[in-house]
Ligand binder design. Sequence first.
Ligand code: HEM
Length: 287
Amino acid sequence: MLARSFTIKNNKMIVANSVNNALQADPTLAAGLIRMLFHDCFIEGCDASILLDSTKDNTAEKDSPANLSLRGYEIIDDAKEKIENRCPGVVSCADIIAMAARDAVVWAGGPYYNIPKGRFDGKRSKIEDTRNLPSPFLNASQLIQTFGQRGFTPQDVVALSGAHTLGVAQCSSFKARLTTPDSSLDSTFANTLSKTCSAGDNAEQPFDATRNIFDNAYFNALQMKSGVLFSDQTLFNTPRTRNLVNGYAFNQAKFFFDFQQAMRKMSNLDVKLGTQGEVRQNCRVIN
Ligand code: HEM
């Protein structure tokens, strides 16, 4: 028992080191790791299906348009390689994603949360499954419905959207907002978005003023009608979710608490049992 808990602790440290080293070199990757967890768990459960490379017979999730801007794969590879060298065949890639996302939240200044380990890696990764990822054009009731089908409450939806306190969106994810009249979009901020888009579809717009700091500035931005995505701003426009946005904008500790709970739920979504999965040797290919 002692030996096993020592091993678990060591593996946890290896992941933390890989994450810390990578984020020291490039702090923007914290956002990538947190989004990776969401895109992994929401499709086929937390089973590292997002990490599998396409083969000649199969186009994998990671090659879907919804995943092309995902970042941080090398961090998972680095941790996996170091763990396999010390203790082969024990720690799944799905566990590494979950730990790395958790460590990225802490690294950026957000709350720590405990997650159980023991996820198994899946063997299916199909581009068509990614149609179940939420589009940035959904309104609040559609978001509540989409997440509700996976067991999340409206409060979880707003707290999880707070992950957009980190990172950026590309112009292609929000440019449609700029061509339709939208009274929920601040006119000065609309000019900022247009200016970003003048550099092309891939040009990046930070979600809030502190893109590498995990704080509640995202919710303040929504109050100022300066949400980047339609799906962000809708949370403030809709009476059902507005109180939650206002609560998190007013009280960062409340946001952190609810985010912890929701991320624990996300990290355990449809986890596979041993018979349904494996512990991959290389996160990019099935054994
Ligand atoms: C509520 C539904 C959600 C929608 C519609 C949505 C949509 C998006 C879109 C369109 C982008 C920008 C992609 C691009 O233009 O390259 C993005 C970025 C991001 N999303 Fe979400 N998202 C949602 C929920 C979440 C959740 C639950 C998390 C994590 C818990 C998350 C974490 C992130 C992060 C951290 C980024 C920035 C990534 C980076 O800078 O590399 N999102 N999201």
